[in-house]
Design a protein around this ligand. Structure first.
Ligand SMILES: *Cc1c(COP(=O)(O)O)cnc(C)c1O
Length: 359
């Protein structure tokens, strides 16, 4: 695969923030983007890097009507010694292909992804911020661009990647969140598309999330779509419970997004000899365990925050505090370890990080 590169002219360069700590997530984008086209039966073609710019497609582009679109989210980290690291990017590339299969979209070869990422990051390496905890967020996206009305898989797609610098998530230390347990709205049902990182899942979550925010909560805790009993995820994160000295997380049964951070927490916990169980956990068990004091910690996991401790939870008009609402010992330990590996500060016994050659 050849990538045609057209670099940004000085006038096309984008404004770099002077103060990295003021970066608002998802508002600043780097100078360049990657694009590649797909047509049936030709396959992927026209791989190119261009200055960051508007996309052009027909108003009948199928993604606009039927939502055939997927994305990923991962970060590039700048180490103190100057290396640039990606954290388990092959997990994101594999998940991208699983999402693609579920949505009847074409897959992208893993070796091609490695080359694409390397080329794009090398070009915009100066956009990877330097301050502690900051990083370059990478958003690979695929959309159906064929201009045609009628519900069926498109014959034409665009794969593009944009990137942008993001500030440290916890500039002022951990910030335990208040979550609202929704027993009215659901995010996904088994058999649906909950396990794919596809756009529709986020559109489906907005109404409940807005309602929760209006009532002073940060995120929604999603229950299963059928019995509204079993915990699935929190906001756009996977969820973990520490019940005494056992870590519990819901199993991947189809409606849950298989998070890379979730997998990393499970592997680390096992490596440390902690007991980890993937099993169904009902909201009744959660509430009972909070009441009895067995619930030591609850936290969400995801690329943006790594670990997001839950301080309070509201269910059926009752508010529950987890311990005293402070940050749990395990939450802190997982956070510290994963972040240290991501920034190349600690041994990486699992070979999770992948250096980007910027030479
Ligand atoms: C992306 C995402 C996650 C977290 O996945 P990571 O790979 O850990 O970032 C969890 N749940 C949902 C719904 C997501 O979209």
């Amino acid at each position: 695969m050849e990538i045609d590169i057209r670099t940004a002219e000085p006038a096309q360069r984008r404004l770099k923030p002077k103060d990295e700590s003021k970066l608002v997530f998802g508002k600043t984008f780097s100078d360049h983007m990657f694009l590649m086209d797909y047509q049936v039966p030709k396959g992927w073609n026209n791989a190119r890097i261009r200055p960051y710019q508007d996309l052009h497609f027909d108003p009948a582009a199928m993604v606009l009507h039927y939502g055939q679109g997927i994305f990923e989210g991962l970060k590039a980290y700048r180490c103190r010694d100057g290396r640039i690291l990606l954290f388990r990017p092959e997990k994101n590339w594999q998940r991208f292909n699983r999402s693609a299969r579920r949505m009847c979209m074409p897959e992208v070869d893993l070796d091609a992804q490695a080359k694409i990422f390397e080329t794009l990051l090398r070009l915009d390496v100066d956009w990877i911020p330097h301050s502690v905890g900051s990083s370059l967020y990478i958003r690979p996206t695929m959309i159906a661009t064929e201009p045609a009305l009628g519900v069926r898989p498109a014959h034409q797609y665009l794969y593009f990647i944009i990137t942008g610098p993001v500030a440290a998530y916890y500039a002022e230390g951990f910030n335990p969140i208040k979550i609202f347990v929704s027993d009215e709205f659901v995010r996904a049902v088994r058999g649906g598309v909950g396990e794919a990182k596809t756009m529709a899942n986020y559109a489906a979550s907005l109404y409940a999330a807005e309602t929760a925010k209006k009532n002073g909560f940060t995120q929604v805790l999603w229950l299963d779509g059928i019995e509204k009993q079993y915990v699935e995820e929190v906001g756009t994160m996977n969820i973990f419970f520490r019940l005494d000295d056992e870590l519990v997380t819901p199993p991947l049964t189809g409606s849950i997004l298989p998070g890379v951070t979730r997998d990393s927490v499970i592997e680390l916990a096992r490596h440390w000899g902690l007991k980890v169980t993937e099993r169904l956990i009902s909201i009744t068990e959660v509430i009972d365990s909070i009441r009895s004091g067995n619930m030591k910690e609850i936290f969400g996991t995801g690329t943006a925050a790594v670990i997001s401790p839950v301080g309070e939870l509201s269910y059926k008009n009752e508010l529950f505090r987890i311990q005293d609402g402070s940050v749990g010992e395990w939450s802190q330990k997982f956070y510290d370890e994963i972040v240290a590996i991501q920034y190349g500060e600690k041994d990486d016994p699992f070979a999770w990080v992948r250096p980007v050659s910027i030479g």
